[in-house]
Design a protein around this ligand. Structure first.
Ligand SMILES: [Zn+2]
Ligand SMILES: [Zn+2]
Length: 240
């Protein structure tokens, strides 16, 4: 019956690439061309924060980037599916600001793929909270759209209400230090009973400097979280 239903849906709405509408075989999949345009992060990368290294750089089996090697990464680990560039931006901007929420399907699948080398032992999947003012104007938190299918795949709880975020003006075009100052103190744990002793996987659409993850990690650890991990669809890659 389900099979029949799926074939009727497939006939009425043939699967198409969410980015360019080219016919594809499975709903939510990218076409070969759009897939190839995205700079997916593959080995080698920093085993702690997922920072991608050049393919020909041999750093051994457990490479660390200079930031992680100096112990400055608060999260236990971070993984990102692809590099933030023109191709991934062409998916990210309409997803975040243009209501193209159907992109969540291929993005969350790519994020699960980014976790392939990790045995994820999280108790909670938590989208990075959006300030209420932004949530009302945008109508959705894009991080929640990504976190929901990830929580379902990992078979753990989705937590969207244990942490609140205060509204602050946009951080675009600011450097790492300014971003850190701007984000300081925006998060507050409102349900500490749900955080204490838990391992938490944070989910966001993009990682820029890592300031948001660091600040949220700090607040969660203070509330008694036992581990904090992070996964995003894409990340800004600067030479470090
Ligand atoms: Zn396409
Ligand atoms: Zn690193």
């Amino acid at each position: 019956m389900v099979k029949f239903f799926n074939s009727v849906i497939g006939f009425l709405f043939p699967p198409a690439c969410p980015l360019c509408d080219t016919p594809v075989s499975i709903h939510g999949e990218l076409c070969a061309e759009c897939w190839a345009a995205i700079d997916w992060i593959t080995w080698p990368y920093c085993v702690r924060c997922g920072y991608p290294f050049p393919a020909d750089l041999d750093l051994g089996g457990t490479p660390l980037c200079p930031i992680c090697a100096s112990g400055k990464t608060e999260l236990d680990w971070i993984r990102c599916a692809c590099v933030y560039d023109a191709a991934s931006r062409s998916a990210m901007l309409p997803f975040k600001h243009g209501g193209r929420i159907k992109y969540a399907r291929f993005m969350s699948r790519a994020m699960m793929w980014a976790l392939r080398d990790i045995n994820v032992d999280a108790d909670i999947v938590m989208p990075v909270p959006l300030a209420n003012r932004r949530l009302f104007s945008r109508g959705y938190n894009q991080a929640t759209l990504l976190a929901r299918p990830i929580a379902r795949t990992l078979d753990v709880c989705l937590d969207v209400d244990s942490v609140r975020r205060k509204f602050r003006p946009d951080m675009g075009h600011k450097n790492a230090r300014q971003r850190l100052e701007n984000i300081h103190g925006v998060f507050s744990v409102v349900r500490p009973d749900k955080i204490r002793g838990r391992k938490i996987l944070l989910v966001d659409d993009v990682m820029t400097t890592g300031a948001t993850f660091s600040e949220l990690c700090r607040v969660l650890m203070r509330a008694g979280a036992s581990a904090v991990y992070g996964v995003t669809f894409c990340r800004v890659v600067r030479t470090i």
